[in-house]
Design a protein around this ligand. Structure first.
Ligand code: HXC
Length: 510
């Protein structure tokens, strides 16, 4: 018996060694952890149960019959994050560059299907060279099978992708269909076709980083939802993120004990809004002063900076914060910010996470660049997302809520449950100057009349009382009491039940 056990242990050691010591050292030299080391950092100590460590590929072409490594380039299984179940796959770059064979794909699919049965998130750690070139169409089939599982799981269990090395070709589309993509700065890159193909097809010379590094996807393309300094930071931040999420769409998000009193007042918020309506202020300060212990997990901080999105807690229960950021482009809604927030709102709605929206928006961004880029359709995404969302929705207008953007930002008209305004809020079709220049265009040379009409417009419209008289604003609140009022509203909405009409699925403007 002892020999049998030793033989098993020897086989396990063989699988655990992956592509061997030299290749593991090459990973370390690049500043990367190995696939198994990453799982150790991600999961609670000792909680990982590995599956399929003995799986090998079935390819015989190109001398592959002689080259087989148990596990076949991906480590799969399940484990715990702060005591809660998650399923994991971690691509092993030391084995055939983490490339995807039919057998490798089958291991990932097993994990995806098990996660759906158990109702638990899937976290994929990517570090791979795409399709296993020696396997041809079997590899392509494997990718498609994974994509299908991604689509079936979308909105049922959270799916998170972390890009920690190369992620090219077939490997990019599975992350693209998951809820969040995070990258590691300098060591990861994502693209459909690499620099060599780019050079051949377009004659453009470009590096891996300039084509698809974290600096591109977390800041320019918006493909990634964040970038971290190194593997350890990325993985520990994933643990923090998972703590905000329910395990599946049938659950409410997990409530943690909080030592931050829900009635805590913040007198400094009474002076957050500058006297000059055109002067910016940092909306992040409001979020951090309202959230429990100031804890805010921001999504896409470097992309679409004119809107802030992220998770926090109130009375220990997770909420999704969405807030216009006056510090960037005056908080205007443009293509990037609309897309970013729409996707975040939809994620929260899928997973029963209430939405808290802070509004200070001067409108939609004008200009040919925006119109040619399809601002109408992209802006409509956010409008659509808020309108269809049935989770509790609490909105606070801090300053400007102008034009269509007022409607979009979780207004009463889109089924906002509780809509507050601060006393300095201005809810109108547009700002006073612009409005008077249009209505009194013929008097534009008459400075006195323009000043008088501007004052009249400000008195009549640049305040929250007109909207409050109509019941579009439920109450005008003291800024210092914002946390208390939101906490109370969310408490009253705990058992909110609203459903949309039956449909196969909606047709959100894409
Ligand atoms: C088989 C691969 C491989 C692959 C890498 N390797 N990619 N084996 N299939 N796709 C192997 C290498 O042979 C090498 O083996 C080891 O992995 C490490 O690779 P290196 O090239 O030495 O590493 P590095 O210099 O860091 O470069 C990494 C890389 C490069 C940029 C990812 O390996 C590369 O360009 N690979 C090919 C990428 C690609 O074109 N994939 C196909 C995409 S098409 P040894 O034994 O020396 O350690 C695609 C279509 C699917 O995916 C579409 C589905 C929808």
């Amino acid at each position: 018996m002892r020999e049998i056990l030793e033989a098993l242990e020897a086989r396990r050691d063989r699988a655990r060694a992956g592509g061997g010591k030299a290749r593991a050292e090459r990973q370390h030299a690049k500043g990367k952890l190995t696939a198994r080391e990453r799982i150790e950092v991600l999961l609670d100590p000792g909680s990982f149960e590995e599956w399929d460590m003995f799986v090998e590929h079935t390819c015989h072409d190109f001398d592959m019959a002689d080259q087989s490594i148990p596990g076949d380039g991906v480590v799969t299984g399940n484990g715990m994050i702060n005591g809660r179940l998650v399923f994991v796959f971690s691509k092993d770059f030391t084995v055939f560059g983490g490339s995807l064979s039919g057998a490798h794909a089958a291991k990932i699919i097993k994990v995806q299907q098990a996660a759906m049965k158990a109702g638990a998130p899937v976290i994929g750690l990517f570090d791979a060279g795409g399709a296993r070139i020696q396997e041809g169409v079997k590899s392509l089939a494997g990718y498609a099978d994974i994509f299908l599982e991604n689509v079936m799981a979308s909105g049922v269990i959270p799916q998170i992708s972390v890009i920690m090395g190369p992620c090219a070709g077939g490997d990019v589309y599975s992350p693209a269909m998951t809820d969040f993509i995070f990258m590691v700065k300098d060591t990861s890159y994502m693209y459909v076709t690499g620099p060599d193909v780019v050079k051949t097809v377009t004659n453009e010379e470009v590096s891996h980083e300039t084509l698809g590094g974290a600096s591109v996807h977390a800041a320019k393309s918006g493909v990634a939802d964040g970038a971290f300094e190194n593997d350890i930071e990325a993985l520990t931040e994933m643990r923090r993120l998972v703590d905000f999420l329910p395990l599946n769409n049938r659950e409410k998000p997990p409530v943690q004990s909080s030592f931050d009193h829900p009635d805590r007042e913040e007198p400094s918020l009474d002076t957050l809004i500058p006297d000059n309506p055109n002067q910016p202020y940092d909306m992040r300060e409001l979020i951090e002063k309202v959230a429990d212990e100031g804890d805010f997990f921001e999504i896409s901080p470097a992309f679409g900076g004119n809107i802030l999105c992220g998770f926090g807690r109130i009375e220990g229960a997770p909420v999704g914060f969405v807030a216009n950021q006056p510090m960037t482009l005056a908080g205007v809604l443009d293509i990037d910010s609309s897309r970013k927030a729409a996707r975040f709102v939809r994620f929260c709605d899928c997973f029963n996470i209430p939405l808290v929206t802070f509004v200070d928006v001067p409108g939609f961004m004008p200009g040919t660049k925006q119109e040619y880029g399809g601002l109408i359709k992209h802006g409509a995404k956010l409008l659509f997302a808020y309108a269809e969302a049935t989770v509790p929705k609490v909105t606070v207008i801090t300053r400007k809520a102008y034009g269509g953007a007022y409607d979009v930002m979780s207004s009463k008209h889109l089924r906002g449950d509780v809509n507050y305004a601060w006393p300095k809020a201005e809810i109108a079709v547009m700002g006073a100057k612009g409005a008077v220049e249009i209505i009194f265009r013929k008097d534009i040379g008459d400075a006195e009349k323009i000043a008088e009409k501007t004052k009249e417009y400000e008195d009549n419209f640049a305040n929250p009382y007109v909207a409050a008289k109509l019941g579009y604003i439920d109450d005008i609140i003291m800024p210092h009491s914002t946390r208390r009022r939101i906490a109370r509203s969310l408490r009253t909405l705990q058992n909110k039940s609203v459903s949309n009409p039956y449909k196969k699925h909606d047709n959100i403007p894409l």
